[in-house]
Design a protein around this ligand. Structure first.
Ligand SMILES: [Zn+2]
Length: 112
């Protein structure tokens, strides 16, 4: 697992000044009904971050995102939007937020 560091990219809210959109996330958008996948890189420490965003337009307060750091080896194992969702939810910790959760961003840690 990737430990949390003291880099600024480990601190919410999402800072697009230090998170740079990387190519590579597009290939994981295999299901247009299941939201968008984006891959970011930290301009300070080089950490890669995988983000999934989903919103149901027919419902208010349905926006939700999940975000976690990802290694190149882990990224190579992911082939679809579904893989990304399973990956994000199986992390020991990840960030999440959006109108659905009524938070601009919070830390989720899996209880052992
Ligand atoms: Zn960083």
């Amino acid at each position: 697992m990737i430990e949390r560091t003291d880099c600024k990219c480990m601190t919410l809210p999402l800072d697009y000044g230090i998170r740079i959109l990387l190519p590579g996330g597009d290939r994981l958008n295999t299901d247009v009904t299941a939201g968008d996948v984006e891959l970011f890189g930290c301009s300070m420490c080089g950490m890669k971050w995988l983000r999934h965003y989903d919103e149901w337009p027919a419902f208010s307060e349905s926006g939700r995102w999940h975000l976690a750091p990802v290694t190149d080896a882990e990224l190579a194992q992911l082939h679809s939007t579904k893989d990304v969702l399973e990956f994000l939810h199986s992390r020991p910790w990840h960030f999440y937020g959006g109108s659905y959760f009524r938070t601009a961003g919070a830390l989720a840690e899996r209880k052992e």
